[in-house]
Design a protein around this ligand. Sequence first.
Ligand code: PLP
Length: 401
Amino acid sequence: DSVFASVVRAPEDPILGVTVAYNKDPSRVKLNLGVGAYRTEEGKPLVLNVVRKAEQLLVNDKSRVKEYLPIVGLADFNKLSAKLIFGADSPAIKENRVTTVQCLSGTGSLRVGAEFLARHYHQLTIYIPQPTWGNHPKVFTLAGLSVKTYRYYDPATRGLNFQGLLEDLGSAPSGAIVLLHACAHNPTGVDPTLEQWEQIRQLMRSKGLLPFFDSAYQGFASGSLDADAQSVRMFVADGGECLVAQSYAKNMGLYGERVGALSIVCKTEDVASRVESQLKLVIRPMYSSPPIHGASLVATILKDSNMYHEWTLELKAMADRIISMRQQLFDALSARGTPGDWSHIIKQIGMFTFTGLNSEQVAFMTKEYHVYMTSDGRISMAGLSTKTIPHLVDAIHAAVT
Ligand code: PLP
């Protein structure tokens, strides 16, 4: 008998499991709106032209070797990533009080940041929005933090529960960590306005709450890298401290390359360098050092002004296609006369729409229309196209009538 005979089968990941179920469905009209990855109008994954170009450059550069990167990753990549999120003229960067380490995409950056906090920060409670990306509670719990939630989404308005958010953060213990989605909140697509961000900032600073930003969609939400970094930059501009996890999965389409960065903004250069020395002690026994290929691609693109510009255009094109899918879906539901207010589809932002469909309606749409999505009613707008919208509208219409 196997020494592992008593191992029980674990459930499928609730998000990745949607694709597993989709792949098993033989239907020709099936539609996968569960996947959190960009698709073209033809439903295909996209490799950006600028990424292909950077890849060619790297392949042709015979001086490149496959040596290990340092524990903290590629130095150029780290510097350019900090500049991208904090802004070229960020005082925190100029004053050398930011430490940035290359990590395994957004998830790895969150995990390394959380492991560091669990070892070196005095308050081990982290508040995450309700709802949030399903992996957040697991990442933080396993790192040794204690997870609590703050109110975020109001099902009645399908918008932000701003009052609830302020109340919950207002009653959080002083020093608590707060996870904030920098933009394009997943799964709701609901972001605070800049005025609301300013109020959140004032409240958090007055209570000494520590911001931990998850920036998985910079540039992907509005099409502008700067606009999507505004929330983070407001918190850095006040001179206070924060953590930021960055991912290049969506905005450069580098999903499987697992390339991201963790930045910790400190009060002084001396603290930042001590923090970095401890980040190395977190990383070394976990995976020793990060992979070289994806980070080299990102650095090549960010370093060269022509390639950078080309990237911003391709990024904007992805964001624009998603925004246009919102409009088309909204228009099609209106034209069909589907009961209910669907204006949240065009108000929400980023890769996802939180449709408001409940789990029975979702199950009905999957069973009868082969439309796949997470049971909370979240659909990936990037998985839609002009061709597939009529089928989705049929499914939604049948589910709500
Ligand atoms: N954070 C949020 C809010 C996300 O939606 C995702 C991906 O779906 C991630 C982090 C992490 O993605 P990755 O680890 O692929 O960069």
